[in-house]
Design a protein around this ligand. Structure first.
Ligand code: NAD
Length: 536
């Protein structure tokens, strides 16, 4: 909805060390309210702060008409934008990169308040957005510039591959990375010459609006990036109906719905979905580093990160030592609601999600699992806080065994052989991320190629692959379709177009040649071409 994003000079100025505000910055909300008025008083949805359980503010529930209007404006704006050079588009994102870093305290507060994250986790979002802005500002042209291709007849056919923007790209995303999902997929889409309409999760719309504001401040032309706020089942269908590509990040169930609707329209789609990620720790792993990384890999974002590890396989020889240290350190993790860097584990997003996490642990314990650390709801800190939790003796009968918990809960298993652990790691309908810990890097790289996951981190949890934005990132199996990052991450937002110019004579018998003679000459030519490097 263009109306929501057209405002400028937004100042979200929550003091970094201030006590937790119950409401969002009035300036931002006031501007938002004006837009709502202009929309004709849309129904409002109450947004709850996960830190306090109190009302944070309200967002308008956009309608299908709002989506159509946003698409109409986006389409018009895209035509001019597509004619901009890569250099001019890149200048917008170079300025955006600098603004994000300069004004990070504003968005850090906003992310914490909306998503209930620790500040450290919010800062990872700032880094990701800056890295993607920098990468595509400087590398989009390399990935998309017209390329000379080999012609059908050497020297006589001049063939070029062009990349044309799709038009309008729709993005629908989950709440767990409100800033990243608002911008990091939009950047390659915009750099490729498209307009973007973004539908955030209703829990985290304000960060998206702030991001829109900053994009316009960086010089993005009006209407090119629009935010529609509201519920997925209402806004998803009209959005897919009116865009030329849909990128989705969220649960596998919703991903299937999106894919079906995209198939009906024959539009491309990117699906970044759920996971049940495994970490393998071999006996020769550097123990201290492996434990420190397991703490981050399992409990960053209170476990609400698609690439978090929920299954930990530890070689029997070090199982007891590893588990003792991991449990001790887990119990020491500090939970809090303050807007500073003093704590490392934040809240779950909502009461509903808290219930899912509690149910997974209760089900496991009822069926015989042991709790080595955590396992308790912590309303004394905030209404949806849940302790980082380690389980052992988990088996197939328990929900937590194969289903994604998407919370701070990890099951630890022992293993004795490589073949055995590989089989257990791959025995999952998901294939998003994996991690291997060992000193034997050659062995680890070979093992990694046998793991069915889109990313495998050796001696790291997930930042090594996630932050390597020159390389693709996506899921195998039920974890998704398509990739973000790298060349593929921007080319997917384009149509491939081949333009070939034929000089002299084309692929047909010249005048005076019989078709039979022509076929004999061509057969001879094809045999020769196979032997000429550069032409085969
Ligand atoms: P979800 O699928 O319920 O919601 C995600 C988004 O889709 C929200 O904006 C929601 O409003 C919208 N939506 C819901 N129903 C819709 C419908 N019928 N049509 C159109 N849009 C609809 O996801 P969630 O459970 O809130 O998020 C957590 C999930 O996201 C986890 O499974 C997690 O692993 C996954 N995730 C994956 C990645 C990745 O990169 N692979 C990243 C983050 C989260």
């Amino acid at each position: 909805m263009a109306q929501l994003t057209g405002f400028s000079n937004s100042k979200v100025s929550l003091a970094q060390s201030a006590p937790l505000p119950k409401k969002l910055d009035e300036g931002l909300v006031e501007r938002l309210s004006q837009r709502i008025t202009r929309l004709g008083n849309r129904e409002l949805k109450t947004v709850i702060s996960p830190f306090s359980g109190e009302v944070l503010d309200h967002i308008p529930l956009c309608t299908a008409d709002d989506v159509r209007e946003a698409a109409r404006k986006a389409k018009a704006a895209q035509k001019t934008w597509a004619a901009w050079s890569f250099k001019a588009r890149g200048d917008v994102f170079r300025r955006f990169h600098d603004l994000v870093l300069e004004r990070q305290h504003e968005v850090l507060d906003l992310i914490q308040l909306e998503a209930g994250k620790a500040r450290r986790d919010a800062f990872y979002e700032v880094m990701d957005v800056a890295v993607n802005a920098r990468y595509y500002a400087y590398n989009a042209a390399k990935h998309l510039k017209p390329r000379r291709r080999r012609g059908v007849i050497p020297f006589l056919t001049q063939t070029w591959e062009y990349r044309q923007p799709k038009g309008v790209v729709g993005i629908i995303a989950a709440w767990n990375f409100p800033f990243i999902f608002a911008v990091s997929d939009a950047i390659p889409a915009l750099m490729a010459g498209n307009a973007v309409i973004f539908k955030p999760d209703p829990e985290t719309s304000f960060t998206a609006l702030w991001a829109a504001d900053l994009l316009y401040e960086a010089g993005l032309p009006a209407d090119l990036y629009q935010v529609i706020t509201g519920e997925g089942p209402e806004l998803g269908p009209p959005l897919i109906e009116n865009v030329d590509f849909i990128a989705f990040t969220g649960s596998t169930n919703t991903g299937r719905i999106i894919a079906r609707q995209a198939a009906d329209r024959l539009i491309g789609n990117l699906l970044e979905l759920g996971g049940k990620n495994a970490k393998i720790i071999f006996a020769d792993a550097p123990l201290e580093r492996a434990v420190a990384s397991a703490l981050r890999g399992c409990f960053n974002g209170a476990g609400q990160i698609c690439m978090s590890s929920e299954r930990l396989f530890v070689e029997s020889k070090i199982f007891d030592r590893f588990v003792r240290l991991f449990s001790e350190r887990t119990r020491q993790l500090k939970l809090s609601t303050s807007l500073n860097y003093e704590f490392v584990v934040g809240s779950l997003i909502s009461k509903q999600h808290l219930e899912t996490v509690k149910a997974h642990v209760q089900d496991a314990v009822a069926k015989g699992a042991k709790v080595l650390a955590g396992g308790r709801h912590r309303p004394d800190i905030g209404p949806f806080f849940y302790e980082p939790t380690i389980l052992t003796d988990v088996d197939k009968t328990m929900e937590v065994f194969a289903e994604e918990t998407f919370g701070p809960v990890v099951s630890v298993y022992r293993f004795d052989s490589v073949d055995e652990v590989l089989k257990r790691v791959n025995d999952s309908p998901y294939g998003l991320n994996a991690s291997i810990w060992t000193k034997d890097l050659k062995f680890a790289r070979e093992l990694a190629t046998r793991i069915q996951a889109g990313t495998v981190n050796i001696n790291d949890a997930y930042p090594a692959t996630w932050g390597s934005v020159d390389s693709p990132l996506g899921g195998f199996k039920n974890s998704g379709l398509g990739v973000r990052h790298g060349a593929d991450g921007i080319r997917q937002y384009t149509e491939a177009q081949t333009i070939a110019t034929q000089h002299y004579h084309g692929v047909a018998a010249p005048a005076g040649f019989s078709e039979k003679r022509f076929s004999q000459i061509m057969t001879f030519a094809l045999k020769i071409l196979k032997h000429i490097p550069g032409l085969r």
